[in-house]
Ligand binder design. Structure first.
Ligand code: PAF
Length: 293
């Protein structure tokens, strides 16, 4: 069922709550792909009812970012979700509010997370996590969710949400689900559709560089700056003379502690390698979480 207004959402949530239903929330910005669908699948497995929110959240985009051109494909998204639930339509609500519904006139309350929200994306995209935390907390409250599902693809985002939920005693169990990749390793993302065919081909270098770092790490190299240099070498690999290089700029490559997201130099038993790279005019992020070292 597609719902746009908060009153209608509230009414449905009230009915669900009266039957003691366990509610799962899958927050998205739409342009759904298999990564999102894996979250919805998990919510349907673990909860009686699921709300998938589809909202391109203006307050998490900075000036000059892709808010206006972000893909908006509501009809196709709803069709995908309806196909997924089939006969069990009453187990799913698609909540697609407009910006005025989420941010009524005079809106001026925000959630500011410190710690894991500060480095990396926090530095490169000031205000981004404030926008994310604010909308996610609002969605958790509006849906009265018991569970909420996020993809590991946005590792730092998940760490920020976990921190927020812990710090503010939000009664929601947050699940972080594995990255879903294309066959050639590219992490699925709504932004992949911006890539030209050649840019798309070269974008696999993110996965290649992370895979090499993991190999070296498992073979015994524990010095993060050395591994970072190896990753950068692959990202900046030379293309044939006549070939255009679509890897335009590396925003960051970093080895961090999985919980605090603080940089590490000597790697212990677990680490996350995070990277952000401009490919063909599009900023892509990816990560490997590596443990049992
Ligand atoms: O990951 C996203 O798509 C967004 O950041 C989220 C969590 C839906 C908040 O707008």
């Amino acid at each position: 069922m597609l719902i746009h207004s908060r009153e209608e959402l509230r009414e449905n949530i009230r009915k669900w709550r009266n039957t003691q239903a366990k509610i799962g929330l899958v927050p998205t910005m739409g342009a759904l792909h298999e990564g999102h669908l894996s979250l919805v699948r998990q919510s349907l497995e673990e909860c009686d009812k699921t709300v998938v929110s589809i909202f391109v959240n203006p307050i998490q985009f900075g000036p000059g970012e892709d808010f206006s051109r972000y893909p908006r494909t509501l009809d196709a998204d709803v069709a995908l979700l309806e196909k997924m639930v089939g006969e069990e339509r009453d187990r799913l609500i698609v909540f697609s509010p407009d910006a005025e519904t989420m941010y009524s006139p005079g809106f001026c309350t925000h959630v500011v997370v410190g710690g894991p929200a500060l480095p990396l994306e926090g530095e490169k995209r000031p205000g981004h996590f404030q926008g994310v935390a604010t909308v996610v907390l609002k969605l958790m409250l509006m849906t009265q969710a018991d569970m909420a599902y996020f993809g590991q693809k946005d590792f730092q985002q998940a760490a920020v949400i976990l921190r927020m939920v812990e710090d503010l005693d939000v009664p929601v169990c947050v699940k972080v689900c594995p990255i879903i990749r294309e066959e050639d390793g590219l992490a699925m993302s709504s932004r992949n559709r911006y890539l030209s065919p050649e840019g798309r081909k070269q974008a696999t270098v993110l996965y290649e560089s992370l895979s090499l770092a993991e190999q070296l790490l498992r073979a015994g190299e524990r010095h993060a700056p050395t591994l970072e240099r190896n990753i950068l070498e692959i990202l900046h690999k030379k293309y044939e003379k006549e070939q255009v290089n679509y890897i335009e700029r590396v925003d960051y490559v970093n080895f961090v502690d999985p919980k605090t997201l603080e940089s590490v130099t000597e790697i212990g038993s677990s680490v996350v390698i995070l990277l952000a790279v401009y490919v063909d005019g599009t900023r892509l992020i990816d990560n490997f979480f590596i443990d049992n070292l």
